[in-house]
Ligand binder design. Structure first.
Ligand SMILES: Cc1cc2nc3c(=O)[nH]c(=O)nc-3n(C[C@H](O)[C@H](O)[C@H](O)COP(=O)(O)O)c2cc1C
Length: 214
């Protein structure tokens, strides 16, 4: 079985935003690759969100969210801001002024490096283990940049994520495991099968064995 088959699925990439709970920042968001339209009449979308994410708890509570569709103009900084840290620890919208707007449902959506947004109101939740699958009716949507294609996961890997440096020839190297999503390094010969990336929360199957300078 070749786990890389999963990379042949054509995922998009999105900033999923929700209303803060008052205890932390007022608005929050995280990167997801799991937004899809599931029915057209009524118009419904689904998102799968890790239960460990702050955004998950906010959507569970408020039952509303926005999905901002990342375009090929998206910068790595947006992934770092929304995907590599938690709203429990930082205000992800601080210093992001001019890069977002508020939609009719009162939630923020990202306007920088995105080409559209969709607002959802949760109708059904399904517990699928590590994640909750939210199915929501579409309450609002708009195109923000009609000319720029949406970013796919492959586009992110090839054009947005910084390239890793190959070790300099002749330098001593060691074997480590690197997260294909965010670049986090697990320093060790063997990666525990239940390992979860502390930065982007992806599992062991998203790690690759690489040689780096010792
Ligand atoms: C490329 C990429 C794709 C991701 N896809 C998902 C996803 O589909 N579902 C999810 O729950 N988290 C996903 N994440 C992880 C969250 O964005 C990440 O854990 C984030 O820090 C959670 O922030 P929060 O605690 O403020 O909600 C992804 C991260 C990256 C970088």
């Amino acid at each position: 079985m070749d786990g890389k088959a999963m990379y042949k699925l054509s995922y998009g990439l999105f900033v999923l935003t929700a209303k803060g709970d008052g205890a932390h920042a007022d608005d929050n968001g995280c990167i997801i690759n799991t937004a899809i339209q599931v029915t057209t009449d009524p118009n419904q979308i689904s998102i799968a969100v890790n239960k460990a994410n702050y955004t998950h708890d906010l959507i569970m509570k408020d039952r509303k969210f926005n999905v901002s569709i990342l375009s090929e103009k998206a910068e790595f900084d947006t992934f770092r801001r929304f995907g590599f840290q938690s709203g429990r620890d930082v205000d992800k919208f601080a210093g992001f002024e001019g890069c977002y707007e508020k939609s009719a449902n009162g939630l923020l959506y990202v306007t920088k490096g995105t080409n559209a947004f969709i607002s959802g109101e949760v109708e059904t939740t399904l517990d699928i283990g590590t994640h909750t699958l939210f199915i929501a009716k579409v309450t609002d949507m708009d195109v923000l940049d009609p000319d720029t294609p949406s970013a796919t996961y492959t586009f992110y890997q090839e054009h947005i994520k910084p390239k890793q440096q190959a070790p300099t020839a002749g330098k001593k190297t060691k074997t480590v495991w690197r997260c294909r999503i965010c670049g986090y390094i697990y320093d060790g010969e063997e990666l525990p099968p239940d390992f979860v990336c502390p930065i982007c929360k992806h599992g062991a199957s998203d790690f690759e064995k690489v040689e780096v300078e010792a």
